[in-house]
Write a protein that binds this ligand. Sequence first.
Ligand code: NAD
Length: 298
Amino acid sequence: MSEKPTIGFLGMGHMGLPMAINLHRAGYQLKGFDVVPAAVKAAQEAGIQTVASGAEAAVDVDIVLTMFPSGQHVLDAYDQYLLKSAKPNTLFLECSTIDVAQARQAAELAVAAGHRSADAPVSGGVVGAEAGTLTFMLGAQAEDLAEITEVLESMGKRIVHCGGYGAGQAAKVCNNMLLGISMIGAAEAFVLGERLGLEHQALYDVISSASGQCWAVTTNCPVPGPVPTSPANRDYQPGFAAALMAKDLGLASSALAHTDTDAQLGSLASALYRKFSDEGNAGTDFSGIINAIRDGSL
Ligand code: NAD
């Protein structure tokens, strides 16, 4: 069996740290780095080798994996130190959720600097990151697939190759735009049902087996009761925070503008989640938007 690739792992936050821990447990040698000292300390406590700078994390490794808050963080780090610190032909594996155009730009920069590139954003949240059950949406060249898949399998259970550079981010943005729209739709249906005198369970029993069936109802049901594990049963503790939904819908809006796509519901969902998040609900599960719909404050 060939030796495992070495990995520079940058961005060990809520998602990155458990992902790094799973790679470490699977026997990968990491050079971990985060700009926040507490994150570095947490990684060290988990047995992960850390280095003193982002540039150092990229030196003499086979893969540079980034898990950053935004596309600008990725482009800045690539441009300022990562691409020039890495040895030729390093694989830049970008796992953050970022703008599709910025993902393509990051790939172009990496390739122009003599490296390889792939985007592999995730879904599954912190719970999935900890359990190693993330889904990866992969934008990569066919010749890199085997190498990438082997690494991602230590952190996730499903890897979907969506196409070339940026295709992973494109798939993520389309999925999350649909999720934002469908959660608002589910919430509106339950509020309307309440006002028409329907019990939540009765409406759930119909929707979950009828044509309105969707993940927003059957897994993340916005009312307490019918799905005991949904955040509605724990006062809307996330789960998937409204701030993250607002971020992802902002990326969807950017993609809609770039592609001149008339998607009125996607644009409206983006505006509604931005307002909901900004008005004191950033840390609330995104299904909590039902409360703003019910009280008419959106
Ligand atoms: P986070 O803010 O907890 O972690 C990001 C980490 O990157 C932070 O620790 C930050 O200090 C670090 N960082 C920023 N710039 C850096 C640099 N130049 N060098 C090294 N470290 C740097 O965010 P998160 O929740 O872990 O999310 C990470 C990414 O994953 C985001 O793009 C997010 O949209 C995406 N995502 C998050 C979730 C979720 O449920 N949290 C789910 C799916 C996808």
